[in-house]
Design a protein around this ligand. Sequence first.
Ligand code: ADP
Ligand code: MG
Length: 593
Amino acid sequence: MPIRQLPDDLVNKIAAGEVVERPASVVKELIENSIDAGATRIRLTTAGGGVSLIRIEDDGAGMDKADLVLSVERHATSKLAEDGLDDIRTLGFRGEALASIGAVAELSIASRTDEAETGLKLSVSRSSKSRPAPQAMNRGTVVEVRDLFEAVPARRKFLKSERAEGAAITDVVRRLAMANPQVHFVVEGPDRTTINWPGQSGEGALAARLTQAMGEDFAENAIELATIRHGVVVSGLAGLPTFSRANSLSQFYFVNGRAVRDKVLLGAVRAAYADFLFRDRFPAIALFLAIDPAEVDVNVHPAKAELRFRDGGGVRSAVIRAIAEALGAAGFRASSTVAEDVMAAFRAPESAATPAREVGPAPAFRFPPPAADFSRGFAGLAEPSARFEPEPVAAVNDAEFPLGVARAQMFENFIVAQNGDSLLLVDQHAAHERLVYERFKAQLAAGPVASQAHLIPVVVELSEDDCGRLEEAAPSLERLGLYLERFGPRAVAVRETPAVLGQADVEGLVRDLADGLAEWGEVAALSDRMEAIIGRMACHGSVRSGRRLRLDEMNALLRDMEATPHSGQCIHGRPTYVELKKRDIERLFGRTR
Ligand code: ADP
Ligand code: MG
């Protein structure tokens, strides 16, 4: 076949395939244009999940006649300086969006500048455009996109339900709104509930916008980020580890005001939270990076959602440090939703439907049925599972002890403490795990970890493979205060254990480590796994659940927690304590008016 030049219409359609994937991508391009035009107010109307209608009205600079006519041409842009792609400060620059949209939908653009006496409206249908006609309007631009992909049935087939496409649009708007707190966003239409986020200005603008876009819960359970490192300014909000999610949908990344998906950033956030979260949990985070535009290439993806950092390592370490500092400053804080979850658990489901004032909340717990096991007789009663301690004589200084003063221990694991108007329940096992872990880390940073010798080595029987892996790992483990050696084909003998663990459960510890080593495979990379190993070891320290504590031991634990970074959550990201305000407790009993 002879070579021929493709007709414009087809070229546009092919380009549209890259830029316009679904209704949400149209919305993204159009709102970005409005923001580039300096809009302070953007109103989006959708119908049919954006397939039947997307309408965007802005109060930006508008276009004059010549620009309006050019705007829908391919590779027509007002945003590239002479010197090309190295210094990009606007959201658009490829000049493809309007041309592409015009190729796959009915498009109309009406626009008016400050100087113009009237607005002008231009329509594009399958890449052929009308002459501009006068249109009464205020300054700004109104773009309407109807019947998206009607002429491209192959595309339509790939669209999801109206609801899913509508949700994708909301998500796009959310990201754009987070990156542009000063802009007032309204999203409405027959296919959705209205969003109205007034513009924010001044010092707390970003936080206020994040509250609008991500919800109050997030803002209350997040810590502000603010650092500069390696020329990267990091800001935003990092969620507390206890506010983690089961998926990454609550993670938002921005570079120079552009929402992005990027492996370097994802990896950095995962690394920063690695100490606090299990692999299957995801922190909520809104991360904003400002960086010299010459240090990033945003032109690697048609929709500009991906980018490339010139110095990925520097960016990674800047992000990790910023989050680590913020979480460190949060100290023992656990998320407030934890207490709310507790309250919800106390309330019976049916009580939600009945007005509390009339009947009061139905009790969620009933008296347990008579124990089936009579053989034990009443022996169990002789040992109360709650340990009560008379109030200490010394007065409590609330400010000095945020976690309060221990009053009792329940079920051999929960410390009940009081701080002024708050009741605190502390999971002693979880808390202790964190304390041991942090102590471990501090010791390791200073050199080999101190060990204590066992008079008689503890022999642990394991499979031959496990023994082999432990033997190979022994030099690394010695740096952590664990000394073991092969003891026959199917056992190891443990001579010394890390002193921070106290009376450690040696057998459990060694088995757990063997499991870890099997899972990680490469013993060679063990030095990268030190924290994971410490995490496993910390679980086997001395104050596990099931141990009774004296009052002074409980108080010592609370004071330790206050002094230890990250002690609001255990190493698996679960909270170590919950706080119930007196008011909340009164609410349980329907006492509040
Ligand atoms: P790009 O944004 O990459 O320049 P587009 O096809 O999205 O390409 O837009 C082409 C041009 O049309 C823009 O460079 C801009 O000059 C103009 N334009 C588009 N939308 C608007 C708007 N809402 N307000 C003012 N000008 C606009
Ligand atoms: Mg654009």
